[in-house]
Design a protein around this ligand. Structure first.
Ligand code: SF4
Length: 316
């Protein structure tokens, strides 16, 4: 069952040169209790898609079409009051840099208590115990004592755990993790991903993992959606995706991953387009080694290439 259903989301920005489109008919489903990885290079629209789900978009952004269904309601049509009940409480965000979410002037405990008060309506001892329990769940050592610590007294990994604790304390049904381990070293990265996986299993939380790291995806995700220049180009279960990748962009991405030590890595020639560039037809065609005439003129729709496996390419 899909807890978040993004349907044909198109989004643009008002720039000095007029409206520039950044997302093109983006569609995917986040299933309950599963981890969906939204994968792509920097600037491809992953974060903008995630921010649309929280309706936390810059002022210049304009939704051009589509819907984002959560619990059967279109998030894009909710009032600010209705959104307050969802953001943080039902759908929580784990950002790339936890320092942008933790206030350095307040203790970690105070910030957790504030979130619990707003979203759970708890106060006093019951709120305090809930906060300690949440820190415990994310394996912060000596959780009770750490309640009075300030963010600067936490390591990078502990700060990220504290943010995850906030999502847990609110019983969030969906966690959007935007490159949650980018700022962390490899060992801590693995610990944070293990923690997210445990939370997913134990609490049936659904996780949207935004990442450019395919190794992280192969180890953790249940499902994968690949984005290129604002469009989803391939969707599948993680197993099917790595066994039987179809889209030329996906194939190129996978070839650029190190597999054997000493092996020369392949690169994708050219650069992803900027939002200012108009591209006709398939958005990947200027970089695609298998580009045909039709690719420059027509937009390839999604073709079913396997069970639950879709690829937006004329070759399929
Ligand atoms: Fe390449 Fe054409 Fe497929 Fe686009 S539609 S990925 S240009 S073969």
């Amino acid at each position: 069952m899909a807890i978040i259903d993004v349907k044909n989301l198109s989004l643009g920005f008002d720039c000095e040169c007029g409206l520039r489109q950044a997302l093109f008919d983006v569609s995917f489903k986040l299933e309950k209790g599963k981890m969906l990885a939204l994968v792509g290079e920097s600037g491809c629209g992953k974060t903008m898609t995630a921010m649309s789900i929280l309706k936390l978009l810059p002022k210049s952004a304009r939704v051009l079409g589509g819907e984002i269904l959560y619990d059967g309601k279109d998030i894009l049509k909710l009032s600010s009051r209705q959104l307050q009940d969802i953001r943080g409480a039902k759908i929580a965000l784990i950002p790339q840099d936890p320092m942008t979410s933790l206030n350095p002037l307040y203790t970690v405990g105070n910030q957790l208590l504030e979130v619990i008060k707003i979203h759970q309506g708890l106060s006093g001892d019951s709120a305090y115990e809930k906060a300690v329990e949440a820190l415990d769940m994310v394996q912060i050592p000596c959780a009770r004592e750490r309640m009075s610590a300030y963010p600067h007294e936490f390591s990078g990994g502990m700060k990220q755990r504290a943010i995850i604790a906030m999502a847990l304390a609110c019983n969030a049904e969906v966690i959007i993790a935007d490159e949650p381990t980018t700022a962390l070293d490899v060992t801590i990265q693995a610990q944070i991903m293990n923690l997210l996986n445990e939370i997913k299993k134990e609490t049936d939380t659904s996780i949207l993992l935004i990442t450019h790291d395919l190794a992280l995806v192969s180890e953790n995700a249940d499902n994968v959606a690949v984005m290129y220049a604002g469009r989803i180009v391939e969707r599948a279960s993680a197993e099917e995706f790595f066994l039987n990748p179809k889209h030329p962009y996906t194939l190129a991405l996978l070839k650029s991953l190190p597999s054997n030590y000493g092996e020369k890595l392949e690169t994708i020639f050219g650069q992803p387009p900027s939002i200012q560039q108009d591209i006709s037809g398939c958005r990947f065609h200027p970089r695609c080694a298998r580009c045909m005439d039709i690719c420059k003129k027509q937009i390839p729709q999604e073709f079913m290439v396997g069970s639950g496996h879709f690829s937006a390419c004329f070759l399929n």
